[in-house]
Design a protein around this ligand. Structure first.
Ligand code: ATP
Length: 366
């Protein structure tokens, strides 16, 4: 079932009814059925607000939300057919894992109406709990209490509880942030596997770019309540729509330099460095650290610079030099011969070079 937002806006006002924050500003997009979409952005950009609007826990100021063809904007959470998993999984501590998963079914009016006979209902609940436990790989843990589980296992129980009711839409709010680094990676792969096994359209909130990059079908990148880019994860890295997206994605971050285009050439360190189709003028150029390599005087699309710092980190040299008065960082393969003080021609891989107008929008260089 696809999820469609039409001009969705949520503002928060103060006591005098003056708008303080536009947390979600005119969102319109569709998440295709069966996809896992990531809401990604810095703290305060409106990720949780968007998720709460989808869940029906907040009412929009304007706009509409559709699940498939159904307008769910005015429906309360329990009528939307959603599964919710929050950062603190809030399992019922006194109940076994089995009862935690069964609880929402036992309490569901519609489930009770569908299965009126108590014995039949009990066996249907048992079937669903066993099936769901198998999907999230916790069959052996059904008799335990939450306190007897690891963080990752607890999170899987929370997901099982959310999917037992066969939701149309699964909403996950920073579900991994309580886990340690290794478990985070394991559990995010688990979430992807479970999501693909069930085919439930899922929205996943995170501020962690690596998390969003690794498991989503598409990323919705937000800043101050405004969508910056919606695209497949790789696409946002290779074709960032603006300076914000280029800077937000990538570690170490992209180098940003003020450049001038003169006679169809981008000028770097007083030298015609890159030929472009763009009009002459001032621009911002972004170059990813991993896109530099060592060239020669004859190399095309190269910048001449003096190495001011070099360190070995793992497989690479971390090298620093100035371009147009801005200190830049490059990661260069450590089989290169390069020392501090060397004058070097650095070539730049085209896929890692980006140009933006002075107001930050992407421009195509070639
Ligand atoms: P984080 O990653 O820190 O959880 P977020 O991207 O989820 O951030 P939201 O919690 O959606 O951000 O908040 C978006 C904006 O709306 C913020 O500026 C926040 O201060 C504001 N906001 C959220 N809830 C309320 C509220 N109930 N009343 C007033 N302002 C709010």
């Amino acid at each position: 079932m696809d999820i469609r937002l039409e001009n969705l806006t949520k503002t928060f006002s103060n006591k005098d009814r003056q708008v303080e924050t536009i947390a979600v500003n005119n969102f319109s997009f569709t998440i295709p059925s069966g996809h896992l979409a990531g809401l990604l952005g810095p703290s305060g950009c409106g990720k949780s607000t968007t998720l709460f609007l989808l869940a029906g826990l907040l009412e929009p100021t304007s706009g509409k939300i559709f699940f498939g063809d159904e307008d769910v904007t005015a429906l309360p959470p329990e009528k939307r057919g959603i599964g919710l998993v929050f950062q603190n999984y809030a399992l019922y501590p006194h109940m076994s894992v089995y009862d935690n998963i069964a609880f929402p079914l036992r309490n569901s009016k519609s489930f009770r109406e569908q299965h009126k006979d108590a014995r039949e209902r009990k066996s249907e609940i048992d079937r669903i709990v066993q099936e769901t436990a198998k999907i999230v790989a916790i069959e052996e843990l059904l008799d335990r209490k939450p306190a007897q589980l690891s963080g990752g296992q607890q999170q899987r129980v929370a997901i099982a509880r959310a999917i037992a009711k066969k939701p149309k839409v699964l909403l996950l709010d920073e579900p991994l942030s309580n886990l340690d680094a290794r478990l985070r990676i394991q559990t995010r792969e688990e979430i992807r596997r479970i999501q693909q096994a069930t085919g439930i359209t899922t929205v996943f909130v995170t501020h962690d770019q690596e998390e969003a990059m690794s498991i989503t079908d598409e990323i919705i990148i937000m800043k101050d309540g405004i969508i910056q880019q919606i695209a497949q994860p790789q696409e946002t890295y290779i074709h960032p729509a603006n300076v914000f997206v280029a800077q937000f994605l990538g570690n170490p971050p992209i180098n940003l330099i003020d450049v001038n285009i003169c006679d169809g050439w981008i000028i770097l360190n007083d030298r015609k460095a890159v030929k472009t189709k763009l009009q002459d003028g001032n621009y911002k150029m972004g170059i990813r650290p991993e896109s530099f390599a060592i060239g020669t005087q004859d190399s095309e699309e190269a910048v001449a610079a003096t190495v001011v710092y070099k360190a070995t980190i793992g497989r690479d040299f971390q090298v620093r030099f100035n371009i147009n008065g801005r200190l830049c960082e490059a990661l260069i393969e450590s089989d290169s011969r390069i020392e501090t003080g060397d004058n070097v021609f650095f070539t730049m891989k085209r896929s890692g070079v980006h140009l933006f107008s002075t107001d930050g929008e992407r421009e195509e260089i070639w």
